[in-house]
Design a protein around this ligand. Structure first.
Ligand SMILES: *Cc1c(COP(=O)(O)O)cnc(C)c1O
Length: 365
C-alpha cells in the first residue's frame, strides 16, 4: 500500500484538496519543508538563507536532478534542469532552442495552443491535428506526421479539459512534451521523448521551479543566437546554477521525489492514481445526475472533468461539497461543471468523499 500513513494525516487534518494547481503535496513533505524553513537538517540555518553555492544546496540540487532522472528511468544521455518562468516560458524556450525550419504541434487544449502561439515567433509551425472544434474533449489519433520536422510537440495531459494521451505518436522527429500535469504520475517509456518540461506546481512541488529534462544531443543545432538565460546549453553547463535557482521550490521538489521513491516510484503511484480515477469515473457514469466531459478512451487519470445533467442541482451540490470539506472541485471556466484534480498526494479516501456526495445528491434530488 502506498503512503497510507501520509493519507491518514491528510485526512485527519485538512480539506480534501482537488485544486488543479498549485496542488496538494504529501503531508510528510509539508512537515519537512516547514522544518527546513527554521533549520535545514540541523545546520543552524534556514533553507531560505543559505547560499545557493553552499555545499548543502549544491547537494540538494544534485540529488533533485539525479532523482528526477532516476524516477523517469532515464540515463545520463539526458540532462535534468530546474529553471524558472513556469511551463509557460518553456513554450518559447523550446522553439528558441530547437526550431530552425519547421515543427509539428498537436493542438489538444489551451496549453497546447499557447505553446503554438509562442513557437510561431521562431519558425514555421504546422498544427498537424486539433480537437478545438469539439472544445478539446478528445485526443486526435492516427495523425500523419510528415518527415523532416525539427520536433513534434504534444501536451500529454490536458489539465483543463481532462484528456490524456495513452499512446504517443511515432515519427522520426524528436518528441517534445509538456508534461506539467502528469509527470511522475504513471509509468511510461520516457526515453521516447527528447525533451520533457513540467511546471513544478502541478505534480512535483510548489510554484517557482520548472523541470526540464532534455536529451543532450539535440542541443546546439539551431543557427540563431540564444540569450544566455533562455539557452538550455548554458543552464546545463552550469548545473542549473547559471543564476540563483528557486531554492525552496527545488528543495520541496526533492522532498516530494524522495517521498515518491520511498513509496515505490511511478509504477506504484500509477496504481493508486488508476484506482482513484476508476472510482470517480465509475460514479460519473453510473449516476444519472452527472455526465463526463472527455471522450471515455481519452479520460485523464489526473484531472476528471464532468458536468451536472441539470444545472438546477448546482448550488446544492456545491453546498454539500463545502460541508464535506472538499476544496477546488470547480471546473475551469472554458469547460464549466466540475474538475477533480487527483494528483499523486491526494488520498483515495478524498475521492470517496466526493463520490459519497454525488450519491447523496442523487438520493435527495
Ligand atoms: C498549468 C499548466 C501550464 C502552465 O504552467 P505555468 O507553470 O503556470 O506556466 C502549462 N501546461 C500545462 C499542461 C499545465 O497544466
Amino acid at each position: 500500500m502506498l503512503a497510507s500513513n501520509d493519507d491518514e494525516i491528510q485526512l485527519k487534518m485538512k480539506k480534501h484538496n482537488f485544486s488543479a494547481g498549485p496542488c496538494i503535496l504529501p503531508q510528510e513533505v509539508f512537515q519537512k519543508a516547514s522544518e527546513s524553513v527554521k533549520d535545514l537538517d540541523g545546520i543552524g540555518l534556514s533553507i531560505l538563507e543559505i547560499s545557493h553555492r553552499s555545499k548543502e544546496f549544491i547537494n540538494i540540487m544534485e540529488s533533485a536532478k539525479s532523482l528526477a532522472l532516476e524516477q523517469l528511468g532515464l540515463d545520463n544521455s539526458y540532462e535534468a534542469l530546474f529553471l524558472q518562468g513556469g511551463a509557460s516560458l518553456q513554450f518559447l524556450m523550446v522553439a528558441y532552442n530547437l526550431l530552425e525550419r519547421k515543427a509539428g504541434y498537436l493542438d489538444t487544449g489551451t496549453w497546447s495552443s499557447k505553446a503554438i502561439k509562442e513557437a510561431k515567433l521562431f519558425g514555421e509551425v504546422e498544427v498537424l491535428a486539433s480537437s478545438k472544434e469539439a472544445n478539446y474533449n478528445y485526443i486526435p489519433k492516427n495523425v500523419a506526421i510528415p518527415s523532416g520536422l525539427d520536433y513534434l510537440h504534444i501536451t500529454t495531459n490536458n489539465t483543463i479539459f481532462g484528456t490524456q494521451f495513452k499512446d504517443f505518436p511515432t515519427s522520426d522527429a524528436s518528441l517534445v512534451a509538456d508534461m506539467s500535469s502528469d509527470i511522475f504520475s504513471r509509468k511510461i517509456d520516457f526515453s521516447k521523448f527528447s525533451l520533457i518540461y513540467a511546471g513544478a506546481k502541478k505534480n512535483l512541488g510548489p510554484a517557482g521551479a520548472t523541470l526540464v529534462v532534455v536529451k543532450k544531443d539535440i542541443l546546439g543545432k539551431v543557427s540563431r543566437q540564444i540569450p544566455s538565460m533562455l539557452d538550455y546549453k548554458v543552464h546545463a553547463g552550469k548545473e542549473s546554477m547559471f543564476n540563483t535557482p528557486p531554492v525552496f521550490s527545488v528543495y520541496v521538489s526533492l522532498l516530494n521525489l524522495q517521498w515518491l521513491a520511498k513509496n515505490g516510484g511511478v509504477a506504484a503511484i500509477e496504481q493508486k492514481n488508476q484506482a482513484k480515477a476508476d472510482l470517480i469515473y465509475g460514479e460519473v457514469d453510473r449516476n444519472p445526475l452527472f455526465k463526463g466531459f472527455a471522450a471515455v478512451e481519452d479520460r485523464s487519470m489526473m484531472n476528471a472533468t464532468f458536468n451536472l445533467m441539470d444545472e438546477q442541482y448546482k448550488d446544492k451540490f456545491n453546498e454539500l461539497l463545502k460541508e464535506a470539506g472538499v476544496n477546488g472541485l470547480n471546473g475551469h471556466r472554458s469547460v464549466g461543471g466540475f474538475r477533480a484534480s487527483m494528483y499523486n498526494a491526494l488520498p483515495k479516501e478524498s475521492v470517496q468523499v466526493v463520490v459519497d456526495v454525488m450519491k447523496h445528491i442523487e438520493k435527495t434530488a
